[in-house]
Write a protein that binds this ligand. Structure first.
Ligand code: HEC
Ligand code: HEC
Length: 175
């Protein structure tokens, strides 16, 4: 082997060694593209914690002076509770609806956009109220043995009767 050949051999060796080294060095990037992408994409903003008490206080503030007016005149999209004093709607929302289902306002509303009907849960809530009214009026009300029970003593179902703090009411109580 002459000097030219041995130089050529060492050049080739160095070249191959560099290629190998580069593969090892950058291999991680090539081998785990998803990990690299995950690291590159910004961490999603955590949803800001919903402060129900603050939300209610803010609405109370917005309806100041109009608390006793019919809700239909004070709020934008009230159908079920149009005749109810505006301030009472907030109690219905907090205790009758949110607490009964074990949720907060955001289950049915996009906060700050209370009048919107975009959430299916809000639409279902209206249907549920119609259902409960029907049970109370047509079914419970027609049970003969209850005929003497009127006023506050009349038999009723409401959201709490079925939901008891759960979005999906229980159908059995376990064994
Ligand atoms: C289970 C679903 C549900 C939950 C939970 C709920 N709401 Fe509602 N909300 C409704 C429905 C349904 C209406 C419309 C009632 C009607 O048509 O009279 C409504 C209407 C309203 C309105 C009137 C908006 C307008 O301008 O028309 C306000 C304000 C409101 N809710 C606030 C709240 C707040 C505050 C909470 C939490 C404490 C809350 N809601 C929780 C279902 C819900
Ligand atoms: C007679 C029992 C009963 C009463 C009263 C009742 N609900 Fe329901 N509710 C149900 C049942 C059953 C479902 C369906 C659960 C399922 O998906 O399997 C349901 C489902 C719902 C859902 C949808 C849950 C989801 O995310 O799919 C909402 C919202 C709701 N009810 C709100 C209310 C509100 C508000 C009231 C009072 C106005 C009410 N319900 C009264 C039995 C009742």
């Amino acid at each position: 082997m002459n000097i030219f050949h041995s130089r050529l051999l060492s050049v080739i060796t160095i070249f191959l060694f560099s290629v190998f080294a580069m593969l090892v060095f950058f291999g991680a990037e090539v081998a785990y593209p998803t990990l690299a992408q995950e690291e590159a994409s910004p961490t999603p903003e955590p949803t800001p914690e919903f402060d129900q008490a603050a939300a209610i206080a803010k609405i109370r503030d917005q309806i100041k002076g109009k608390e006793k007016l019919p809700a239909g005149e004070v709020f934008k999209n009230v159908k079920d509770f149009a005749q109810m004093p505006a301030e009472r709607i907030l109690a219905v929302m907090e205790f009758g609806y949110a607490k009964s289902l074990g949720v907060d306002c955001t289950h049915c509303h996009t906060p700050e956009n209370w009048a919107s009907d975009e959430k299916r849960e809000k639409k279902i809530a209206r249907e549920m109220r119609a259902m409960a009214n029907k049970i109370n009026g047509e079914l419970l009300g027609s049970i003969k043995e209850f005929e003497s029970r009127t006023g506050r003593n009349r038999p009723v179902v409401n959201c709490t009767t079925c939901h008891r703090g759960a979005v999906i009411p229980a159908t059995n109580l376990g064994k």
